[in-house]
Design a protein around this ligand. Structure first.
Ligand code: S3P
Length: 430
């Protein structure tokens, strides 16, 4: 499905964005592994999170949806062998479902097969296979790609794993597997990746200790059901933060957004660039910092971003490139090679589509060089989302400052993380 969008005069209003995708996946997983009845308030009802719900329903968790909340009766740490679809779990487009679930399946007493869509079937799984094999699970895959055939073992062997990448999906897979190990499992990474798993495991009663970029987890006998509320997703808010910053005369408030310190790199960088962004009503909800964000149109200056910051804003980089096209000077992003193996090659996708819009964006092996001198003006045209939700939303925000009409192919893919995205966008365009 194509969508046609036009330039707007200003962005204004008070909005909320849907719940955090990363936290929703983890809430479904840990509630399903707990004993007792959990409530997940304000969960994200998106395609990716629905894949996680379906997987755990197949393995014995009772998950009811009522009035925007999930009511989950956990199956306990020992799940039931899935009985649907020849023991297959279908993860759709969701890397988070696949990788985190693999850690849990590594500790079960049965064999499972995980499959996914075309995009997920091209994404690297060796990064989770390596540590889980070390822990004693049997995993079969061809070239480190889906389908994954996981034959769980219990107990798993505890390991001390030093990752050469900062990835919360691998970290979480190892920590979840650590619940089923025979001793303390440790995991360390170069720069701290998002820590939602650590926070939530603790809340569910797991014995987990964080020390800088290292985490230690002890085997668990059981997890205890929780009642939790999920914050708005900063990665979804990022698109509207960008819109308000680059469309003249804009003034937008986004309420109840999660600002976990491992996720707030975009805000830090934008403030350094001169953005008029105010965080108010800062509080903690279910172990996560949340706030209201007020953003106004701003004259920005270019900046350099490197590997020390990238993990804190990895999913926001596509829309950050758009912002950088409107910032005075040359912005360089490095240390972001991981973008090449997201839902699509996001370096290639962003560079090729921005070129069509007339922006000066050069793809690098591990990032971008963006020339924002003279606040390059964009021209609307036919663009490809590559069926990647974050590329589609980035291009939709670019259309707000592009002359003429912008047409985006496969625009429906926004439902992966942000159902209702185009409706919210329409409401704030004046
Ligand atoms: C996620 C971790 C990140 C992120 C993804 C969600 C998670 O991936 O890009 O959208 O929920 O743990 P990596 O772990 O591959 O960096």
């Amino acid at each position: 499905m194509e969508i046609k969008l036009k330039k707007t005069d200003a962005i204004s209003g008070v909005i909320e964005v849907p719940a955090d995708k990363s936290i929703t996946h983890r809430a479904i997983m840990l509630s399903s592994l707990a004993e007792g009845n959990s409530v997940v308030r304000n969960y994200l009802p998106s395609d990716d999170c629905n894949r996680t719900i379906e997987a755990f329903r197949q393995m014995g968790a009772e998950i009811k949806i009522d009035n925007g909340k999930l009511y989950i009766k956990g199956a306990g740490l020992s799940l039931a062998k899935p009985q649907v679809g020849k023991y297959n779990i279908y993860a759709g487009n969701s890397g988070t479902t696949t990788r985190l679930l693999s850690g849990i399946l590594a500790g079960q007493n049965f064999e499972t097969v995980i499959t996914g869509d075309d995009s997920l079937s091209k994404r690297p799984m060796q990064r989770i296979i390596d540590p889980l094999l070390k822990m004693g699970a049997e995993i079969k895959s061809t070239n480190g790609l889906l389908p994954l055939i996981i034959n769980g073992k219990r107990p798993l062997k505890s390991i001390n794993y030093e990752s050469d990448k900062s990835t919360a999906q691998v970290k979480s897979a190892v920590l979840f597997a650590g619940l089923y190990a025979d001793g303390v499992t440790t995991y360390s990474e170069p720069v701290r990746s998002r820590d939602h798993s650590e926070r939530m495991l603790k809340a569910f009663g797991a014995d987990i200790k964080v020390n800088g970029n290292s985490v230690a987890i002890y085997p668990a006998k059981k997890l205890n059901a929780q009642d939790m509320t999920i914050p708005g997703d900063i990665s979804s808010a990022a698109f509207f933060i960008a819109a308000a910053l680059i469309v003249p005369s804009s003034n937008l408030t986004i309420k109840n957004v999660g600002i976990n310190p491992t996720r707030d790199g975009l805000i830090e960088v934008l403030k350094q660039m001169g953005a008029d962004i105010t965080l108010s009503n800062i509080r903690e909800v279910s172990q996560e910092a949340i706030c209201d964000i007020v953003v106004k149109y701003s004259k920005l200056k270019a900046i350099n971003i490197d590997a020390s910051l990238v993990p804190r804003m990895i999913d926001e980089i596509p829309v950050f490139v758009l912002i950088a096209t409107q910032a005075q000077g040359i912005t360089k992003i490095s240390g972001a090679k991981e973008l090449k193996i997201k839902e699509t090659d996001r370096i290639e996708a962003v560079a090729s589509q921005f070129k069509k819009l007339g922006a000066q964006v050069e793809a690098l092996e591990d990032g971008f060089m963006i020339n924002g001198n003279n606040e390059v003006s964009l021209t609307g045209t036919l663009l490809d989302s590559f069926e990647d939700h974050r590329i589609a939303m980035t291009l939709a925000i670019a259309s707000l400052i592009a002359s003429g009409e912008t047409i985006i192919k496969d625009s429906h893919c926004v439902n992966i993380s942000f159902p209702g995205f185009y409706r919210v966008l329409k409401n704030i365009c004046k």
